[in-house]
Design a protein around this ligand. Sequence first.
Ligand code: PLP
Length: 408
Amino acid sequence: MARINENFQKLPGSYLFSEVGKRRRAFIDAHPDADVISLGIGDVTLPLTPSAIEALHRGTDEMSRPETFRGYGPEQGYAFLREAIAKADFGERGVRIDPDEIFIGDGAKSDTGNIGDIFDLDNKVAVCDPVYPVYVDTNAMAGRAGNYDPSTGRWDGLIYIPGTAENGFVPGIRDIPVGSTPDIIYLCFPNNPTGTVAGKEELKEWVDYAISNRAVILFDAAYEAYITDPLIPHSIYEIPGADECAIEFRSFSKNAGFTGLRCSYTVIPKRLKVGGTSLNSLWNRRHSTKFNGTPYIVQLAAASVYTPEGKAETRGLVEYYLENAKIIREGLKEAGFGVWGGVNSPYIWLKTPGGMSSWDFFDYMLNSLSIVGTPGSGFGPSGEGYFRLTGFGSRENTLRAVERIKKL
Ligand code: PLP
């Protein structure tokens, strides 16, 4: 008799975005003339760059001719892309990463979600709270999170490291709950949802902790392109020793607008070993068994990001969203809100006024201003009392939304 993976039964419904959509639809049904602006989206809105479009056309033409047609490619990704990444994203920052330490994927969501395959179920997993929900749900699916308690919003098998106003939403090792020692630690900087970044000192503490506790850091740098402060590391490998204890995830979604095209990469240094076994070899085995490679034309488009024109165009996209984030951040500050993020990140994290709950503030923003954001409590218990806005909208809508907020 077939049996299902019972862990899936333990998952709460994907409450956050479905509830946001439900309340938004109900509002529009009741107020059909309302001019609703969404600053809640985590998806990009600008089209692909001319360089990426040219690469896609070129790749499509190659696919149309027998002499340049390509079928299955290397599962790890084409050398032209892995080499471009190694040189531009790491070499030019003084970090040595070899192309065969880079695995091209179809998104940081799948990469961060699938990496758990190579780790034993008995590992103790730590996440920062609030958190990008994929780390939590994929560990729950694997059976590594224990049971979910709806009254606390927590899984009893996970270690939650709280991000709070006190630690500036940059959780550090001092915030690990007393008596817990994680084996696997998910870190995400620049952070979704709080928009905060970790400096060299903060990352060094994590790396030193991981080395001394023989833990592995899973470092999600999907928003790396948004770092503008020259003192903030773009990669965990800028910290000495990180190549012995950390895996890094990057994405072309938020820098080059590939959310619909799909391309990402995972870095697993060959020096990273667990119990004497190379994680690079394990992931290579897993990746080549379960994944047949990112489409050739998509990899060509990803490689276009590293050409001089592509770099400038990609920078233009990021700067557009960063300017939106700045407009939101400054508007909120002017309106008297406590605000984090929005400088090295497209995300702005704000304290709800007057001690309102995240969902009460969501309703208030929707009903009084026709603005949709994302309740912080949807990202974990420590997000209660906070709210996320994003710079991914159009400039026009961003400016209009901020004017409404200022008139509150
Ligand atoms: N990691 C974080 C922190 C994200 O916020 C997102 C998307 O919103 C992803 C990963 C997924 O990115 P991708 O489009 O590459 O799957």
